[in-house]
Write a protein that binds this ligand. Structure first.
Ligand SMILES: Cc1cc2nc3c(=O)[nH]c(=O)nc-3n(C[C@H](O)[C@H](O)[C@H](O)COP(=O)(O)OP(=O)(O)OC[C@H]3O[C@@H](n4cnc5c(N)ncnc54)[C@H](O)[C@@H]3O)c2cc1C
Length: 442
């Protein structure tokens, strides 16, 4: 067995050597082999395992993931607003992973791509012919000084974790008067719209409960824009103006002081300029990064630490038997479950071709989507491609706040996720879009 200390010491450099030594002391029970290993059983991993275990048959595919629960994370925005519960958003992992795949309920702690194996926290070496990396993105609450302590105090909350999301609605209910602050960190994140969706929901909550005139709502974002795609950013500027919300661009939360209920922001254009702002409610979107285990394997990642794949084929740039899907990849599109849906069909085709000895030729267009919920009954459905061009499914102006889009987000998308995507049936809205536009769409 590799000791825990040994595992921690595995650096990209010493990985192979350590593995060879470890191999000498492991028993056969510690080795397993699969045609396809999927690392991570979230949105991308589960959909991949469903596709390939039904194609390759029982015993050919393994999914490695230590989590007891599989969460439909997009629902956490609604959990924060009190429209759904955390329990509504999750199912036991054992119920969602495909029956024909073996679930290895362990954590991957090392990759050895030169020898086609991964190592788990229990010292197992899992060999593969093909590997799909679907580790998601890592949330780093500890990177903001004082935040982990503050998240145990009233008024501080975060929709980005199943541990903290329940605190959001509690904070809304307990809010009396003062500043309600919402933050967007200085790193790439999953669902870049979610930090402001909860702000619009909160604003409506305060209005409906007679507290709006006592609430000063402020959005602090590290970005230079309200949203990355101009068409939707323009619409969102109208929403913030109409709702009297203050937006501070290029401001990054660097510290929380729970004793004095203050948040410290750095002006990213004048780094020496710090402002201490009192809060009654503080919703934090934490900094995020590529998962540590991936980042430390330099052969697999680019300079930013994300899995280095071809942005169209999803095949690894150096190891042709490795593919990536979802948030852990360096594909330059917004990290969402919708993007995973857009990628899964490409992965299905291209990995199958590689398994047959052919060259992958299917190309991902970067499709991603962000249902920008703007309250308890409205939503702007942003959909766009890798180049930031809108790629809308419906033949209406999707930048407009609509009740229909809200119901799609709240009532229809969860079913599409659980029943369609995770079972390998939903590959994004491409064909619906073509039909809706009578064939005149990409
Ligand atoms: C608040 C919030 C709102 C969102 N809103 C939307 C939305 O409206 N629309 C939308 O499309 N998307 C939304 N998203 C984003 C969406 O949930 C993610 O982009 C999507 O889940 C990414 O899928 P993934 O497979 O890459 O990662 P995940 O689904 O996060 O799965 C990663 C899996 O890897 C496992 N794992 C991690 N480390 C290891 C390890 N070392 N070994 C083995 N397994 C490991 C984890 O347990 C997890 O199961 C939202 C997310 C949040 C948090």
């Amino acid at each position: 067995m590799i000791s825990q200390r040994g595992v921690r010491l595995l650096t990209a450099h010493g990985l192979r050597e350590s593995l060879q030594k470890a191999a000498l002391s492991t028993t056969c029970a510690n080795h397993k082999s699969y045609k396809l290993v999927v690392v991570g059983g979230g949105a991308g991993g589960c959909a991949t395992a469903a596709k390939f275990s039904s194609k390759l048959g029982k015993g050919q595919v393994a999914v490695i993931d230590p989590a007891n629960m599989h969460y439909y994370q997009p629902m956490w925005t609604l959990v924060g607003g009190g429209m759904k519960t955390l329990e509504d958003s999750g199912k036991p992992m054992s119920e969602v992973l495909p029956r024909k795949a073996d679930w290895i309920k362990q954590k991957v702690v090392g990759f050895d791509p030169h020898n086609n194996k991964v190592i788990t926290n229990e010292g197992q070496e899992i060999n593969y012919e093909y590997l799909v990396v679907a580790l998601g993105i890592q949330v780093n609450y500890d990177q903001i000084k004082g935040l982990t302590d503050a998240l145990e105090t009233p008024g501080v909350c975060s929709n980005y974790s199943p541990i903290f999301v329940k605190r959001t609605f509690k904070s809304l209910k307990n809010f009396k008067e003062g500043n309600a602050l919402f933050t967007f960190p200085n790193t790439p994140i999953k669902c870049a719209g979610a930090p402001q969706k909860i702000m619009y929901i909160s604003e409506e909550y305060f209005r409906k409960h007679g507290k709006r005139d006592k609430a000063n709502i402020v959005y602090y974002t590290s970005l230079p824009v309200l949203f990355g795609i101009k068409k939707y950013a323009d619409a969102l500027w109208e929403v913030v103006k109409e709702r009297n919300i203050t937006v501070n661009l290029r401001h990054n939360l660097i510290e929380v002081k729970p004793d004095s209920k203050e948040a410290v922001f750095q002006n990213l254009d004048k780094p020496e300029e710090l402002s201490n702002v009192k809060y009654e409610m503080l919703h934090v979107t934490p900094p995020m990064s590529s998962p540590d285990v991936l980042r430390k394997c330099s052969a697999l990642v680019d300079g930013t630490g994300y899995l280095k794949v071809n942005k169209e084929t999803l095949q690894h740039e150096s190891f042709p038997n490795i593919f990536g899907i979802g948030d852990c990849t360096n594909i330059p599109t917004s990290k969402t479950a919708a993007a995973v849906a857009g990628q899964i069909g490409v992965l299905r085709k291209n990995l199958s071709m590689v398994m047959e000895g052919k060259t992958p030729d299917s190309a991902y267009d970067g499709y991603t989507s962000c249902p920008l919920v703007t309250g308890y009954s409205t939503c702007i459905l942003a959909e766009f491609d890798m180049n930031g061009n809108p790629l809308e499914t419906f033949p209406v102006n999707q930048a407009k706040e609509r009740r229909s889009m809200f119901h799609m987000k709240k009532d229809i998308m969860p079913h599409m996720y659980w029943m369609g995507m995770l079972n390998g049936y939903w590959e994004g809205p491409k064909y619906v879009r073509k039909a809706m536009h009578l064939g005149f769409s990409k």
